[in-house]
Design a protein around this ligand. Structure first.
Ligand SMILES: [Fe+2]
Length: 161
């Protein structure tokens, strides 16, 4: 394993794979969420669906949110464990500190979003809540990947593709 400077080493194939698997899993979550709602691509609400279907969508959104949050916590934990092994001087490493802070911020945003959307869904606006959850997760996690994960991976792959 090559060392890039005194405090930092390259990302191993297994570590890189673990991070990429997390990102693939995130895309699968979003696809499942889109497929839950019959009106996902329209601007319609839940008026076209019967009460049974709306109740089932409400249940799916609720359980989806909790499973998704558990997944995100685990994914961030894995990334941080990898970072802490790579940056041997992690306490003073600015990249590590900022990345970790961003994970904490994202988790807080997800929790408050889930709270808001559960209320919206309970009021019968489940299609709207599903679309908003999908939109915000895509936006927040896409931005996080571009600003933190991708540069981190590029920096530590030692120029390998
Ligand atoms: Fe990250």
């Amino acid at each position: 394993m090559q060392h890039l400077d005194n405090d930092v080493r390259e990302l191993s194939v297994a570590e890189h794979q673990l991070i990429e698997d997390g990102h693939t899993h995130l895309d699968q979550f979003l696809r499942e969420l889109r497929e839950t709602c019959c009106e996902f691509y329209s601007l319609e609400g839940c008026q076209g669906c019967d009460r049974g279907k709306v109740a089932s969508c409400q249940g799916r959104l609720n359980s989806f949110e909790h499973v998704f949050l558990d997944f995100v916590i685990e994914h961030f934990k894995n990334e941080e464990k990898i970072m802490s092994k790579i940056f041997s001087n992690q306490d003073t490493n600015e990249c590590f500190r900022l990345h970790q802070q961003e994970h904490d911020k994202l988790l807080r945003e997800m929790q408050s979003l889930m709270h808001k959307l559960s209320t919206e869904s309970d009021r019968g606006h489940t299609a709207v809540a599903i679309r908003e959850f999908h939109y915000r997760v895509t936006e927040l996690f896409g931005k996080h990947a571009r600003m933190f994960d991708d540069p981190f991976i590029r920096q530590l792959k030692g120029g390998k593709k």
